[in-house]
Design a protein around this ligand. Sequence first.
Ligand SMILES: Nc1nc2c(ncn2[C@@H]2O[C@H](COP(=O)(O)OP(=O)(O)OP(=O)(O)O)[C@@H](O)[C@H]2O)c(=O)[nH]1
Length: 122
Amino acid sequence: MFLFDCLYGMTDYYAKVDGIVYLVDAIDKVRFVESKKEVGRLVLDDSLSQVPFFILGNKIDIPIAASEDELRYYLGFFSYTTRKGKVNLEDSNIRPIEVFMCSIVRKMGYGDGFKWLSKYIN
Ligand SMILES: Nc1nc2c(ncn2[C@@H]2O[C@H](COP(=O)(O)OP(=O)(O)OP(=O)(O)O)[C@@H](O)[C@H]2O)c(=O)[nH]1
């Protein structure tokens, strides 16, 4: 099961969650503050602490879209992501977390995110 986007009131389902995908509109910069709060809430949720998490910044086909680094910065993940290779989690408490950019209408980018996520799901 994946948690997709912000799903308030779904804590009953958290025990079954294999991965979290949080979709952000990369052109709606005014709402980055709201996204930062929601992402922070999910990241700090103890019941999801081992769950791989990726953020998808959508609409990169539009020139004013935030870049990947901007999104990392605005969501508070600049030095916190685990990068796109696979991290060995066995000897650490690191939780896989990463940012990917995509354009859903152009059908590009999100596949990389799901491939990355699949490395951490048994
Ligand atoms: N150019 C472009 N447009 C997109 C993309 N993804 C969605 N849209 C369009 O953006 C418009 C608004 O859709 P969303 O951004 O999903 O908005 P929403 O979820 O309905 O509304 P909010 O939750 O308020 O953001 C629709 O017309 C979509 O077709 C994309 O990757 N690129």
